[in-house]
Ligand binder design. Structure first.
Ligand code: FES
Ligand SMILES: [Fe+2]
Length: 352
């Protein structure tokens, strides 16, 4: 499976990186050693000592450098070897790959492609633990399913009434019916690196977070390489009658947000980072809200892992696409277009 390389992949929440630890993480089968320099900035090196291929994550952090604890080679944050015990001359060939890494929105992001193209403006605008608007609870788990299956799941919310019958889906049957009746407004915008769907679910009788009827504005954004940002603003019923210039002329009674970031570990596993939170005014509901989301994501995990296991049993079997798969097809077009462009650029680049 070919994944995009010229993009930022989330490799952890900021809180996962202490001042002393060396944290292992694998992206697209490439092992990384992640650590903080003494000034707190993050470093991403290939987790592979070039001498005898021992992992650097079982080595030792010495100031801003890492020492391999097999025969003692030491590497700087830019990957240069700075010491070979018992040897004066150090060839520039003795080095490890270093990757651009940035910390933003309370998370760490690694650029897996051409370092010259690493543009911090492309870091997805997630709402993290430092959000100005939401009180987020953050978590992660390994999904035994490839990143494409996870992306398909997030893009296709029509699974909610079935997989999430006992969590998110309780009232989504109403939403689907409303859509069929044409009462739900749908607006999909195609971006250069993703899609945004802006919908209204009118007349929800109640919702899992607070026991009030509401009209919900649901805005979902899906960005490469697999970042889902869902913001739901609940308004008092009948908001459409109070619209000014096609928009609500009032503040929502309740806001909530979830962000979900998929990082491919290999062809059959991904790291699933996620969070969920209400607006700060309803911060007291954050553990309750996260608990519902957490249970729902476990439901997704179960079906995706069952799907991945089945795909392994029937290699070569094709899937069929239905009307509900439109967002998946649209996103795949964008992803495949970027990948084709990236491959063409790689082919045109002079050999290193
Ligand atoms: S394997 Fe790392 S120093 Fe020998
Ligand atoms: Fe789901």
């Amino acid at each position: 499976m070919k994944f995009l390389r010229n993009c930022w992949y989330m490799v952890g929440w900021s809180s996962e990186f202490s001042a002393t630890d060396i944290v292992p993480f694998t992206v697209m089968d490439e092992p990384l050693a992640l650590y903080r320099k003494d000034d707190g900035t993050l470093v991403a090196l290939e987790d592979l000592c070039p001498h005898r291929l021992a992992p650097l994550t079982v080595g030792r952090k010495e100031g801003d450098e890492l020492r391999c604890m097999y025969h003692g080679l030491k590497f700087a944050a830019d990957g240069r070897c700075t010491e070979i015990p018992g040897q004066e001359r150090i060839s520039s060939k003795v080095c490890v790959r270093s990757y651009p890494i940035e910390e933003k929105h309370g998370a760490a992001w690694v650029w897996m492609g051409d370092p010259a193209k690493a543009d911090v403006a492309l870091i997805p605008p997630i709402e993290g633990p430092d959000s100005d608007t939401y009180s987020m609870v953050c978590s992660k788990f390994v999904m035994n399913g490839n990143a494409e299956l996870v992306a398909d799941n997030l893009l296709d919310l029509s699974h909610a009434p079935f997989i999430h019958e006992s969590t998110f889906g309780a009232n989504n049957k109403v939403s689907l019916k409303v859509q069929k009746d044409g009462e739900t407004k749908r607006g999909t915008t195609v971006l250069e690196r993703g899609v945004v769907a802006d919908r209204w679910h009118m007349g929800r009788p109640t919702n899992p977070y607070f026991d009030l009827p509401s009209d919900d504005n649901v805005v979902s954004t899906f960005l490469v390489p697999g970042v889902f940002i869902l913001k739901i603003n609940s308004f008092a019923p009948g908001v459409q009658d109070r619209f000014v210039d096609g928009k609500p002329n009032e503040e929502p009674i309740f806001r909530r947000c979830t962000c979900q970031m998929i990082t491919p570990i290999n062809d059959t596993q991904s790291m699933f980072f996620y969070n969920f939170g209400p607006d700060h005014e309803h911060a007291d509901l954050k553990e309750h809200a996260f608990g519902i989301a957490d249970a729902a994501f476990a439901e997704d995990k179960a079906i995706i892992e069952a799907q991945q296991a089945m795909i392994k049993k029937v290699p070569g079997r094709k899937m069929i696409m239905l009307a509900m798969d439109q967002p998946v097809l649209r996103y795949n077009e964008i992803y495949d277009g970027l990948r084709t462009k990236e491959e063409a650029e790689q082919a045109a680049a002079p050999a290193a």
